[in-house]
Design a protein around this ligand. Structure first.
Ligand SMILES: [Zn+2]
Length: 203
């Protein structure tokens, strides 16, 4: 039977994290008896890497967050990063956190990655899906996650664990039965070689 993302995260969290770097599309891929490439990226690493890649689209100078929603069949159904709402120009709306002019604070305007991922969902229902996030969701995003029917949250960082917003998010997740677990990526860095395709033979 196909392992669920939950099974996989449990398994991975038992493993120790190594301070390593992996090059995707590495030319020295190992191959098994049937000829199958062995060191391909696993689901967990893949979905979390997509969340991190998505965060690279963010214009926020301080915090770039990404989210990737995956359904029960391991299909990606939504992806997002923190950004201004449609029609609200990235060049005109403020990216500052604590301006003396309170209307010039980004928190009033920015849509968080989780909200965007839910709203961008390309599937009619994201019920029982899993959201991969680079940072533990805030309380506002926790509400969106719960209301959308997402059943599990896999996060990379919990650096705001002491903030009330994060504590409230956990209280709501616990009450609503949304599971959350931290995922420690096997590799600290993934280097994506965008020219590797030209350096490989097809067969
Ligand atoms: Zn949020």
């Amino acid at each position: 039977m196909e392992r669920t993302t939950e099974d996989i995260v449990t398994e991975f969290n038992k493993m120790t994290t190594e301070d390593s770097t992996s090059t995707i599309n590495c030319e020295c891929s190992s191959i098994n008896k049937s000829g199958k490439r062995e060191n391909y990226m696993d689901w967990m690493e893949y979905f979390m890497a997509l969340a991190f890649l998505s965060a690279e689209r963010s214009k926020d100078p301080k915090t770039q967050v990404g989210a990737c929603i995956v359904n029960e069949e391991n299909k990606i159904v939504g992806i997002g990063y923190n950004g201004m709402p449609l029609g609200c120009s990235d060049d005109e709306f403020p990216w500052t956190k604590s301006s003396t002019d309170t209307l010039q604070r980004k928190s009033l305007y920015v849509c968080h990655a989780e909200l965007n991922a839910v709203l961008n969902a390309n599937s009619r229902s994201i019920k029982n899906s899993t959201i991969f996030v680079t940072l533990f969701p805030c309380n506002e995003c926790a509400k969106v996650i719960i209301q959308s029917g997402i059943k599990s949250v896999i996060y990379a960082s919990d650096k705001h664990a002491n903030k009330d917003g994060t504590k409230a998010a956990k209280i709501m997740f616990n009450a609503a039965g949304v599971k959350y677990s931290q995922y420690f990526p096997k590799n600290k860095q993934l280097i994506l070689n965008l020219s590797a395709i030209d350096n490989k033979e097809d067969n």
